[in-house]
Write a protein that binds this ligand. Structure first.
Ligand code: CO
Length: 137
């Protein structure tokens, strides 16, 4: 079992267009990819930064997990870190065996059609961690 890289760092924002403009100005480039992920009730904008990405996350519904986060953190902020893995089921099984609490015991589909699962921040020192495994298109 090996983690491959930090796939993305996700930032919750309360105005997506404004945040895209801000990061466009900071990074000096446009986002490579903008996508609505219906299952997670978010719209996500991705900026490539070397091997990894910054993901700006904006809620598309009141019951989106990002809406809950923004209620507690009205200015937005760091939401989660995503680690790429090659066999997500094996990783989830091994973490569970170690007593790490999982939010998703089985993978679901996230942005870029990747298989993803979240690990509970209770078990990771307060950081929401997402695992993701790319699928061949
Ligand atoms: Co993510």
């Amino acid at each position: 079992m090996a983690f491959k890289k930090v796939d993305h760092v996700a930032i919750a924002v309360n105005d997506l267009n404004q945040a895209i403009e801000l990061y466009q100005s900071i990074l000096g480039k446009e986002p490579e990819h903008i996508e609505e992920v219906q299952e997670q009730k978010v719209r996500a904008a991705f900026f490539g930064v070397g091997e990894t990405n910054l993901e700006l996350l904006f809620p598309t519904a009141k019951d989106s997990p990002i809406s809950g986060f923004l209620n507690k953190n009205p200015r937005g902020g760091l939401h989660h870190i995503c680690l790429e893995v090659s066999d997500i089921e094996a990783h989830l099984a091994e973490l569970k065996e170690k007593g790490i609490e999982l939010i998703d015991e089985t993978p679901r589909i996230g942005a870029h059609n990747k298989r993803i699962a979240f690990v509970h921040p209770k078990s990771t020192g307060g950081v929401l961690i997402e695992l993701s495994e790319p699928q061949d298109q």
